[in-house]
Design a binder for this molecule. Structure first.
Ligand code: FAQ
Length: 324
């Protein structure tokens, strides 16, 4: 059956399943563009998780206590795990992991803008947990209801772990904020630097978001970029107050009529520059990723050889059992 005939035959069932909030599973028919959009978004998400390990891993050897070091190591490992679930979800759509990594390494696929900023002090670990993981959760909780089953299910576990990450960041910042004057200043400086890039994580404004309308129609995205950004600001304002820290936005103002916090203008030129590769750490992040991939080649080879040997042994044992 050619593609057009398949769309005529199976398209109505796909549309009905999406309309009824049912899940689309890997073996179901789906429009090519739906598949391509999911591969694009899931791959970008997976790449963000593994590149996102770098800014915080930078502080593992310098964590101020054994407790903080153990927590940070567990968090960075969790991010690696999230990358693996997400690459697996992309594979269920027919994508090849090698090809996706190739596209990341050659700059043909994106990762989140946020990971192109440097972690200058220990307080940045707290700011990433509170703001970056906080923004990630705000964006990802609705993805647990994404129409594509494997992505939605991966998000359930990812969100549980992100919630722990967010709390550890908050707790770290709270301790610094209530500490010495220098510690408080360090926490404030980190929040000043991470606030605006965190708002950019939600993507361009709705009127410039190329994919939102179609992705919302397919129920891949459940809310627009601006809706989620607003939700995040409304969550953060009282949390910042409880932390004893200020958000670096003189235009933040409670809007009684709308029941939300109005906030100042985002510097979209900065966002575009980071997407183009001109952020403070773009080059460093990609170089480190390529190096890690090359240096890990022997691990992949050894794992593949081990798996092949195990499979051959299982096949021999099965044949032996059948002969008996
Ligand atoms: N950075 O039409 P839209 C994490 C691109 S969480 C870079 O609005 P869409 C956890 C977009 O790809 C971070 N590029 O796109 C963690 C598109 O480009 P294209 C990852 C961005 O897809 C925490 C163009 O702009 N989370 O890693 C960004 O409908 C701590 C037009 O944009 C996810 O990926 C950006 N911020 O909406 C790890 C969540 N925003 O492909 C370690 C899943 C937009 O046309 C430590 N993704 N672009 O060339 C999504 O929800 C969506 O993809 C959005 C963008 C909301 C990010």
């Amino acid at each position: 059956m050619d593609a057009e005939a398949a769309a005529r035959a199976y398209g109505p069932a796909f549309d009905a399943a999406v309309a009824a909030d049912e899940r689309i599973e890997p073996r179901d028919w789906m429009p090519d563009a739906y598949r391509a959009t999911l591969v694009r978004q899931i791959a970008q998400h997976a790449h963000s998780e593994i590149i996102g390990m770098q800014p915080e891993a930078n502080w593992i050897t310098r964590a101020p206590s054994l407790r903080r070091k153990a927590i940070l190591m567990a968090k960075v490992q969790d991010e690696a795990g999230h990358g693996l679930y997400l690459y697996s979800a992309a594979e269920t759509l027919g994508a090849s992991r090698d090809d996706l990594l190739d596209k990341l390494h050659s700059g043909r696929q994106r990762y989140s803008s946020i990971f192109n900023y440097p972690t200058l002090t220990w307080a940045d670990v707290g700011a990433i947990g509170w703001l970056v993981d906080g923004a990630a959760i705000t964006n990802q909780v609705p993805l647990c209801r994404c129409s594509y089953g494997p992505y939605a299910r991966a998000m359930v576990r990812v969100c549980k772990e992100e919630s722990f990450h967010q709390r550890q960041g908050y707790e770290l910042l709270l301790e610094l904020s209530r500490g010495t004057e220098a510690q408080h200043a360090m926490a404030q400086d980190a929040v000043d630097r991470w606030w605006w890039p965190s708002l950019m994580m939600f993507g361009p404004p709705d009127d410039e978001s190329a994919h939102s309308a179609q992705s919302m129609e397919w129920k891949i995205k459940r809310h627009s970029n601006d809706e989620l950004r607003q939700r995040f600001v409304d969550i953060c304002v009282p949390q910042a107050e409880a932390l004893g820290l200020t958000l670096p936005d003189p235009d933040l103002k409670w809007n009684e009529e709308q029941g939300r916090w109005d906030f100042g203008a985002i510097d979209w030129d900065e966002f575009k520059a980071v997407l183009k590769g001109d952020g403070p750490c773009n080059e460093q992040r990609l170089t480190q990723r390529r190096t890690a991939h090359e240096e890990g080649a022997w691990v992949r080879e050894a794992a593949a050889a081990h798996a092949a040997r195990k499979q051959a042994r299982t096949a021999t044992e099965r044949e032996g059992a059948m002969a008996r």
